[in-house]
Ligand binder design. Structure first.
Ligand code: ADP
Ligand code: ZN
Length: 525
């Protein structure tokens, strides 16, 4: 009987799914992963947030004799995960530094008497010989590594403690290992597989397409006004507003609160208690919106988040994907809005340039430049995101991003481009975007006069259009690789070969403009 040999019959699998978890069917990939784990083969699975990773190991944990050990970096969330599992009748516990000695003793007693299905532990335990010795004395059915990308220095959330997990297969050669992550480019995936030394693992890469998310990028003019307008549109709905600095989190939260919205701040500068309270108030729907730095959200299981707004630029596409991915985990429609301004770029660059480690700095710069090009082009947002993860989006129109839903027209901006390019050429590629725009629009500021740029032929030729138009055109020309930014703390705009063709009238500049953005179409599943 082949089913017996696999260790578990269909009937047992589906019965557990129904009785313990209350689900009728598996989501994509879950069944294969569960079966593979039960066969004791290593698994590596990349599944997007909300894909249902927990079930992939919790179901085998129930079916297999012994304890399933889950290594997770999310100490703050272990209790929630354990509570959730217990609510389903699973015998679960966690071990981490937050436990009082007597609580620890109880957990260890349960573990040693083989009365736990699931045990969550923090990665730093593995550096403790004592813990490793103890593990040898108990019946562990398998090891699960949650948030496995934390082992990769190429990922966006490297945690040195995770490196100790490299010893896992050597120390416990009989233990099957299942590693999960919601975020891994192919490069990070190779790195994880290599570091964990998984043995002929069953590898799953689920699609990264989050069809229920609507992506929208808007030109950032006045962030406060725009946030107020967005919150009005989403009144009463749960959402996250991401900002880069603690200061801007505090200011934005205060401003929105003064406007009568139910918001709370969240960042690493708040005390532990306050942070926890604010997070819980959000999870329990006591406030609608959390204004946060990127410190917020990893592992947050709140399924009804209807919008995520990035009021500042994320530092990588991976971050953006993770952060927006917290919206719509229940599968219902949700909106992701990014407010983008060219003038935010130097702020991020400032932090990147201050990085000590050269490799790290180069990596951060590369990751950030992908964000800029994502935000400044007129290509379907979904296509660009999937492309980043090495996935080809099979459709021309996703019907769920600002580009695809907007009424579009192709505008010829060759003449305007020539004005900009000529200003760049005449100032010998030695100035940044702001100054070039000042020349073209005929600004009479001190820097312009000091350099005598008010005497240039191109001074003021673009007066007919506002600064916003010219800034956007610069973004487009950057994205179309007509011009580029020099390296360094104060980047200047330089001309690329295509610019010369445009100046000579040998090539044209066409821009896809979204004339009118339609509101999100609900619930494309
Ligand atoms: P992930 O950890 O991959 O982000 P979770 O394990 O938290 O995802 O699951 C996301 C949500 O989907 C949870 O609310 C979970 O209860 C639900 N879920 C998981 N598997 C199924 C399933 N087979 N059928 C219905 N809902 C499911
Ligand atoms: Zn699209």
């Amino acid at each position: 009987n082949p089913e017996k040999k696999r260790g578990c019959s269909d009937a047992a699998l589906y019965e557990t799914l129904r009785k313990v978890f209350g689900f009728r069917d598996f989501r994509p990939n879950q069944e294969m992963i569960v079966r593979t784990i039960i066969e004791k083969r290593d698994v590596f699975a990349v599944m997007p947030t909300g894909g249902g990773k927990s079930l992939c190991y919790q179901l085998p944990a129930v079916l297999l004799p012994g304890t399933c050990m889950v290594i997770s970096p999310l100490i703050a969330l272990m209790k929630d995960q354990v509570d959730g599992a217990r609510a389903n009748g699973i015998r679960a516990a966690f071990l981490n530094s937050s436990l009082a000695p007597e609580e620890r003793t109880l957990v260890l007693r349960d573990l040693l008497s083989n009365s736990l299905d699931l045990l969550y532990v923090a990665p730093e335990r593995f550096t403790l010989d004592q813990f490793q010795e103890m593990l040898k004395r108990v019946n562990i059915s398998m090891a699960v590594i949650d948030e496995a990308h934390c082992i990769s220095e190429w990922g966006h959330d490297f945690r040195p403690d995770y490196l100790s997990l490299s010893q896992l297969v050597t120390l416990f050669p009989d233990l099957p290992v299942a590693a999960f992550t919601a975020t891994a480019t192919h490069q990070v995936q190779r790195d994880i597989l290599d570091k964990l030394a998984l043995r002929n693992p069953f590898v799953v890469r689920a699609s990264f397409d989050r069809a229920n998310l609507y992506y929208d990028i808007r030109f950032k003019e006045n962030a406060s006004d725009q946030l107020v307008a967005l919150l009005k549109q989403n009144s009463g709905k749960a959402g996250i507003i991401y900002r880069t600095s603690r200061k801007s989190v505090n200011e934005t939260a205060a401003l929105l609160k003064a406007k009568g919205f139910r918001v709370l701040p969240y960042h690493a500068g708040l005390g532990d208690d306050e942070r926890k309270q604010n997070q819980e108030a959000f999870i329990r729907d006591e406030v609608d919106v959390i204004v946060a730095t990127v410190a917020f959200g990893m592992g947050i299981d709140k399924s009804n988040i209807r919008f995520v707004i990035h009021a500042d630029l994320p530092k990588s596409i991976e971050n953006y994907y993770q952060e927006t991915g917290r919206a719509g985990r229940d599968g219902e429609a949700a909106r992701c809005t990014l407010l983008f301004s060219q003038s935010d770029i130097p702020k991020v660059r400032f932090f990147i340039d201050a990085m000590q480690d050269e490799t790290e700095r180069a990596r951060a710069l590369g990751a950030f430049s992908k964000v800029i090009s994502f935000a400044s082009t007129s290509v379907c947002r979904r296509k660009t995101l999937l492309d980043y993860f090495g996935e080809t989006y099979p459709h021309d129109n996703c019907n769920s991003c600002d580009i695809c839903l907007g009424t579009r027209e192709v505008v010829d901006c060759s003449l305007e481009a020539q004005m900009l390019l000529s200003a760049i050429a005449r100032t010998e590629e030695r100035f940044g975007a702001t100054h070039i725009v000042d020349i073209v629009t005929g600004s009479a500021n001190k820097k312009i006069r000091d350099f005598g740029h008010d005497r240039l032929k191109t001074y003021g030729v673009g007066k007919g259009r506002d600064k916003k138009f010219w800034r956007q055109l610069i973004d487009e020309l950057l994205a179309q690789k007509v011009i580029a930014k020099s390296e360094g703390l104060y980047p200047t705009i330089v001309l690329l070969p295509k610019a010369v063709q445009i100046l000579k009238n040998e090539a044209r500049v066409e821009i896809v403009r979204v004339l009118e953005k339609k509101s999100a179409k609900a619930g494309k599943q």
